[in-house]
Ligand binder design. Structure first.
Ligand code: SF4
Length: 461
């Protein structure tokens, strides 16, 4: 293993944490730099020419990311976050925010016992900053594994004992140990927030949510109930945005974030998928996709969007791109506490949509033709009547009585009876019996200015 250059303790990049935390442990495999996550974070801040001067009471916050019955989808989603990104949080790039020291089993520098040592120190209250727990995946009922290895575990204790005398520590046990002292407890993803797929009918592992595991009386060291960021997988930005909002509040630099009765950030989950859906206009006009790949509303191929609290249609999956309906997928309710059982079988029309989509269909059958008539009339320059001076026009539509009525309607209603500013009003022309010259009168030269047309009309009269 290469020797690290010696530095003064306290100097940026000094291995003070590494030394002080792991002196009694044998060298770890991996982590050739022999550095801790906080040393690296402090180095990055120093390399940017910044100092660790905090704008609030917190200088740094440890974040322990633990995983239970999880597929790692939440991790993948959060590493794609952009507003802010994980990199922004862990490099002190957001003004006013404390430095976030992320301990994540995928991104962690320390390995094995060195990784577990930081969790031990947190439990003993020996860290030099508050800590937040983020839990991904549902929590299994580890009483079912008595005498065997846990369903989900991280590390084995005690660290001083030889490996054969150690006990694997379930992540559920880490939650039990660390939750009382945590500044905040954040459940990420639908498995952690509501139980999710591992807790579906059958549930052989006794899987449950973090809230179910800790109970409704649970409060963090700062008095917060469990914060829930659901989604399977969640929108990565929802997590980083919530962390940022909580930290700004704790620094005294932001308002108290609002959470709903289920502990979800209210600004992210108060609207339904449907309200911001790119296909909502089709629903409102009563036109529905018959099969996947159609461009219309997906409710009849199984979309639950009108009743699901989620902002995927507003935020997209990553950086305002993608997301279920944008990519052609109906909403299957993955952010909801009832998921998956209450939304199964997937890809079938939800029973409640029978009334609402048929009501839309009925209304749409009246509204749609009226809109198309208006659309056609409004889709013409003010100087055109039955002549469209476009080489692209497949046909020069005849001006029908319907269109004249629509034109009259808009011209009368649009300005509330007042005069439209500017040139001579088309409604004057209409009401005085003016009809535009037939196309032959213009010959090839039908792109004439309105003033010239008016002069020709006067001359004709
Ligand atoms: Fe609403 Fe779903 Fe249709 Fe979008 S696809 S408009 S969310 S029902």
């Amino acid at each position: 293993m290469p020797e690290m250059p010696e530095r003064q303790v306290g100097e940026a990049g000094s291995p003070k944490h590494y030394r002080s935390r792991t002196d009694d442990l044998p060298d770890q495999v991996g982590n050739v730099g022999r550095r801790t996550m906080d040393e690296i974070a402090e180095d990055i801040v120093a390399s940017q020419g910044k100092s660790m001067i905090s704008l609030g009471p917190l200088e740094k916050v440890y974040v322990f990311w633990l995983a239970g019955m999880s597929c790692d989808g939440c991790t993948v989603a959060v590493t794609g976050a952009t507003e802010p990104s994980v990199e922004d949080l862990i490099t002190g790039s957001i003004p006013g925010l404390p430095l976030v020291i992320l301990h994540h089993y995928v991104l962690q520098l320390e390995a094995g016992d060195h990784y577990i040592r930081t969790l031990e120190l947190a439990e003993q209250g020996k860290l030099d900053g508050p800590y937040v727990i983020v839990y991904e995946g549902s929590i299994a009922d580890e009483t079912l594994t008595a005498g065997c290895d846990p369903f989900a575990a991280e590390g084995a204790l005690p660290l001083w004992a030889p490996s054969e005398q150690r006990r694997r520590i379930a992540t559920a046990e880490w939650v039990q140990r660390l939750a009382p002292g945590a500044a905040a407890m954040i459940a990420i993803g639908t498995c952690a927030t509501w139980g999710g797929i591992p807790a579906a009918y059958g549930n052989v592992t006794g899987a449950m949510s973090v809230m179910d595991f800790l109970g409704k009386e649970y409060r963090s060291a700062l008095g917060l109930p469990v914060v829930n960021i659901p989604g399977c997988s969640p929108v990565g930005d929802n997590f980083t945005d919530a962390v940022q909002s909580i930290l700004l509040f704790l620094q005294g630099l932001g308002p108290l974030p609002e959470f709903d009765e289920l502990g979800r950030p209210a600004w992210q989950f108060s609207d339904t998928v449907h309200r911001h859906c790119v296909r909502a206009g089709y629903y409102e006009e009563g036109t529905f996709a018959k099969e996947y790949g159609d461009k219309e509303c997906l409710v009849e191929v199984g979309c639950w969007g009108p009743v699901v609290n989620c902002n995927i249609t507003e935020k997209g999956a990553i950086s305002h791109m993608g997301g279920c309906m944008n990519a052609g997928g109906p909403c299957i309710g993955c952010t909801m506490p009832g998921f998956p059982d209450k939304f199964a079988p997937f890809y079938q029309s939800p029973p409640g949509s029978l009334i609402s989509s048929n009501a839309s269909r009925l209304m749409g059958s009246i509204i749609r033709p009226l809109r198309r008539i208006s659309q056609r009339e409004r889709n013409r320059e003010i100087r055109w009547h039955n002549i469209i001076p476009s080489g692209w026009a497949a046909e020069r539509g005849k001006e029908t009585l319907t269109h004249r009525i629509v034109e009259l309607f808009y011209n009368k209603m649009q300005f509330g009876g007042g005069n439209r500013p500017g040139r001579r009003l088309p409604e004057d022309e209409f009401s005085s019996g003016y009809r535009p010259l037939p196309e032959e009168a213009y010959g090839e030269n039908y792109q004439v200015l309105p003033e010239e047309r008016i002069k020709r009309r006067v001359k004709r009269e």
